[in-house]
Design a protein around this ligand. Structure first.
Ligand SMILES: *Cc1c(COP(=O)(O)O)cnc(C)c1O
Length: 464
């Protein structure tokens, strides 16, 4: 399988090259040249496969430059760290099938991709005798999932910037109690945006980037999307088995458009009609919802909500969808992205019919989130985290009788116990991996939000 850029300046990359490049060198995002199709017979023959075996079947259709035995080994090790045997189990309450994606080491769905990416990087670096310095900024969840993905790996150092005292206590401890010598937590005296700006600027300095072989871990990396395609197919197999249906819907709590884009790819791969509708659920940061419902993609101000991992305006994966919406025309994609970066808005009303065929969308208010957590708890005794609650509320609005609805549960409620507690008056059950975390030894450098200081710190601690 060959990979190319949405902007047309990079093509004919191997999977390995695409993973190592992250963001395409022409500023675009990388995609496979074609999306492989899965026939009904093949799909049926996968029914009994374990999660890792299914992952191998799907991923090997996109990866042809890693020997099967190595790919299998990478996949198996990536999912051996999950606390649930089924990896992504489904629970059933009322009208909904809840796909629990939070049984990885940091209790958020990002583990599914980042456990895999960490092992994949390790394998590729070893094979090519390279070293990598990963640099990223986090508002909470991505940082810990990335750190757990690469902790203890010999050829990788990881530098994660988080805003000092502006992430939750649990999130802070999840990152800083990983004291492996290759992990560098930096708390900057500033906001998430300050951290993000520093990271962007360092990546933009090509000399610095190449000198230290800087690598990114955000969801622009194709390997992350690919790993997420797997649970869409896995859950289709699971739910269709149970209900003899041939068609189903998904609702996805959305921030950077990575998770729902994986659903979009899964929909294209599966036999037509298997996935009927993808519902995009945002919190009050509703740029994507406004896009689907009006055809206008235009920036607003970032609002702080109870689902912080979705407090995003410009979604980094949007360009991938735009490329398909433009019928894989990279010239049009570039024009539109340039228009967006100069004006903060693009008009896609001419494409509205297609957009509406691809997605339904709604935005959920803060009151709706807390009421949904409370009502679901009262009715079923099941505790939703605030991100998952955004999805459940959206699913209530879009549920069609007779069509199963799968709702993606993206974080464990124990990660957001204060919000859960204020909505319901109870605390979510504690989880093994979090017990003792508050008292555990931790390591973190507190620094000013100054690019030159961060640059200096990285040059002192980077692998060379
Ligand atoms: C990252 C995250 C999301 C949003 O996922 P995207 O791929 O950015 O759309 C939703 N919920 C949780 C808990 C997350 O950590």
């Amino acid at each position: 399988m060959q990979y190319l850029s949405t902007r047309g300046g990079v093509s004919s990359l191997s999977f390995t090259q695409a993973v190592m490049m992250g963001l395409a060198e022409d500023g675009g995002l990388l995609l496979p040249r074609t999306i492989p199709r899965i026939g009904s017979e093949t799909l049926v023959s996968w029914k009994e496969l374990s999660y890792p075996d299914l992952a191998f079947e799907i991923m090997s259709r996109f990866i042809d430059d890693i020997p099967s035995s190595s790919l299998k080994d990478i996949i198996n090790r990536s999912y051996a760290t999950f606390s649930n045997e089924e990896i992504t189990p489904i629970v059933h309450y009322g009208d909904f099938h809840i796909l629990e994606l939070f049984h990885g080491p940091t209790l958020a769905f990002k583990d599914i991709a980042l456990q895999f990416l960490g092992n994949l990087f390790e394998y590729l670096l070893e094979k090519n005798d390279l070293k990598l310095n990963i640099l990223g900024a986090t508002s909470g969840d991505t940082g810990s999932a990335a750190i757990y993905g690469v902790r203890g790996k010999e050829r990788i150092n990881i530098f994660i910037l988080h805003p000092h005292q502006r992430v939750s206590r649990v999130q802070e401890k999840q990152m800083t109690t990983v004291t492996d010598s290759n992990v560098f937590n930096i708390a900057i005296r500033g906001s998430f945006d300050d951290g993000q700006a520093i990271v962007k600027s360092l990546f933009g300095d090509v000399e610095f980037k190449n000198q230290y072989n800087l690598g990114a871990i955000n969801s622009i990396n194709w390997a992350r999307i690919l790993a997420q395609v797997v649970y869409y197919v896995h859950s289709c197999l699971h739910v269709i088995t149970h209900e003899k249906d041939s068609s189903l819907d998904f609702t996805i709590p959305t921030g950077n458009f990575g998770d729902i884009f994986a659903g979009f790819i899964a929909k294209k791969m599966l036999p037509a009609g298997t996935v009927r509708q993808l519902t995009l659920a945002t919190n009050s940061n509703d740029i994507l919802c406004r896009f689907v419902n009006s055809g206008n993609y235009s920036l607003g101000d970032v609002k702080i909500t109870s689902s912080p991992s979705m407090d995003i305006q410009a979604a980094s994966n949007f360009e991938r969808y735009l490329y398909y919406l433009m019928d894989q025309n990279s010239t049009k994609t570039v024009e539109l992205m340039e228009e967006f970066s100069s004006n903060g808005t693009i008009d896609l009303t001419d494409y509205q019919e297609q957009i509406r065929r691809d997605f339904a969308a709604t935005s959920i208010s803060e009151d709706e989130v807390s009421n949904t957590i409370l009502n679901f708890y009262k009715e079923y005794g099941y505790i939703l985290d605030p991100h998952t609650a955004v999805g459940i509320k959206a699913a209530e609005k879009f549920k069609t009788a007779g069509v199963p609805m799968i709702c993606l549960a993206t974080a464990h409620p124990a990660k957001f116990s204060e919000i859960v507690n204020s909505a319901t008056g109870v605390l979510p059950p504690t989880v093994g991996v979090l017990s003792g975390i508050m008292e555990a030894e931790s390591r973190c450098e507190i620094m000013e939000a100054e690019e030159k200081d961060i640059r200096e710190y990285i040059s002192q601690h980077a692998l060379q």
